[in-house]
Design a protein around this ligand. Sequence first.
Ligand SMILES: [Zn+2]
Length: 255
Amino acid sequence: MLDIHTHITEYNHNEITEVIKRAKNVGVKIIIAASTTINSCFQSIKLSNTYNIIYSGIGLHPMDLKTPINETILKTLENFTKKSNKIVTFSEIGLDFLDDMPDRKIQYDAFREQIRLSIQLNLPIIFHSRNADLETLRILKEEQAYKVGGAMHYFQSDINIANKVIDLGFNISIAKPILNNIELQKTVKNIPLNKIVLETDSAPQPFKKNREKWTEPRHLYDIAEKLSSLYDCDINELQKITSKNSYDMLFKIPI
Ligand SMILES: [Zn+2]
């Protein structure tokens, strides 16, 4: 299985060998380390150079945009791809319209510019959208992001949004909310399985006192198991289909 979206860079780097071991034990073969800032791009690439299982996403998260995007930042992002052959996606980019988020003009500009760069570099986009689905999809469409495709990360929206995402040439990425969110379970049942990819969005969760409860890539198995019951599909078959979807999206080659 492929965990197409994690923030594994944020874990204490001493822990990563163990996190990877636990993931491998449940059948995770590839972990994508998404980035949120230029500094985390460096961290992600460093981890991908250290661990075979880790590949990188680069990009600036809408929540972390301190300044408008500019030529220097875009050049820096482009240069990362010249130095590493393990960068497989632009992630995490998008729009976030929660209160107290960065100025919307800054978000729109950064999103558009990063989509343009991803098309130039032929990298798929794994995008973030919070309280901003229609606007996020409008920008992706206007910028012709279907040329590279990708996935809507941490999907929790309704079937109309899912259909629009698929029409745009993107996949739907399912994370842990599927385990408990009944509405989401009903929606996902109606999404074709050949459009589903899996992720954990793993990041340290110090607010959970019990370290065992922190989300890790190993939880991909739980997501696959839940989906296999929702789709009434054998778990091995479900893993095979969703892994192929992820491979095709990220590497553009079949398994
Ligand atoms: Zn994320």
